[in-house]
Write a protein that binds this ligand. Sequence first.
Ligand SMILES: NC(=O)c1ccc[n+]([C@@H]2O[C@H](COP(=O)([O-])OP(=O)(O)OC[C@H]3O[C@@H](n4cnc5c(N)ncnc54)[C@H](O)[C@@H]3O)[C@@H](O)[C@H]2O)c1
Length: 312
Amino acid sequence: MGDQEIPDGGPVQVAVVGGGSIGVAFAVVFARAGFTVCLTDPDPQRREAVPREVTERLDRWSRAGLVTEPAEQVAARVRVEGELAEAVASAELVQECVPERLEIKQELFTELGRLTGPDCILASSSSAIPSSQSAQGSDAAHRSLVAHPGNPPLLIPVIELVPSPQTDPEVLDRAQELYSRAGLSPVLVQKEVEGFVFNRLQGAVLREAYALVRDGVATVEDIDTVMRDGLGRRWAFMGPFETVDLNTRGGIASHAEKMGPAYERMGAERGQHDPWTPELVAEVTRQRRELLPLDQWEQRIAWRDEQLLRRS
Ligand SMILES: NC(=O)c1ccc[n+]([C@@H]2O[C@H](COP(=O)([O-])OP(=O)(O)OC[C@H]3O[C@@H](n4cnc5c(N)ncnc54)[C@H](O)[C@@H]3O)[C@@H](O)[C@H]2O)c1
């Protein structure tokens, strides 16, 4: 855990505001990384339950090898506090995990603006409320952003960082660094779009799945089987772009040439006219070729097959 220390020698101090399912999970993620955590919740029942839930989760993670220190040593880094002001006073990162209601978040961010230090990062766990709304009226909008975790955080390690137009780029850099040190996999969402990236991708699949059930094409169980025993096998370790890049000799440009018209027709059937224009395909190809030059394509196919074999 020594590499989790910040340069001045002290551990990173984090405050978690809201001790529900996401708040407790974040407390464990940060404590596991060597950070000290102060969690606060206005509900005394939640405050009483949190230490037990932290210990239970740590025990499970220890058994799975996710925690290498003794669980009680990690749990000792999580303190529960009744007063918001006390909990956030010396935090360098506040992770907001309160219910998904705009008025609660707005009131909290305004208060956090007053209660936290000038360099403290204010991160909202929200799945859908962008920071330009939650931090509206707060004088800390420049140090606020959304940091949307998977559920449960760490087991689904991606965390979407969504700045508002007011967010200071330096705050975003520091947030990226802190979440990486916490063992998460931060991804920058460059614009505040509804659903961010995670839920937009999930939404695209779900929309089609619902439509296929409605149209009598397949049952719910069979659609889940196609995902579990089909697409999901590859998507467990590669994204959709890498998947099709490896599916067609010549890479993704060749895939788009062969399959683009069929996908366009499928979209049009659903009233979605979003063709893969030559410019768009060229940009996606450019980014893929930076990640995987075509002369390494065969090697990557062998890697993919090895990954599939391990999961078979
Ligand atoms: N549950 C998920 O799958 C998931 C996934 C990603 C992100 N999120 C987001 O995380 C946030 C929290 O979700 P959750 O599922 O943990 O909710 P939850 O209802 O389990 O927990 C919310 C907690 O906040 C506390 N609270 C209420 N008002 C508060 C206030 N003013 N100050 C401090 N604490 C307050 C409540 O007592 C409760 O313990 C939401 O914004 C949600 O969208 C949830």
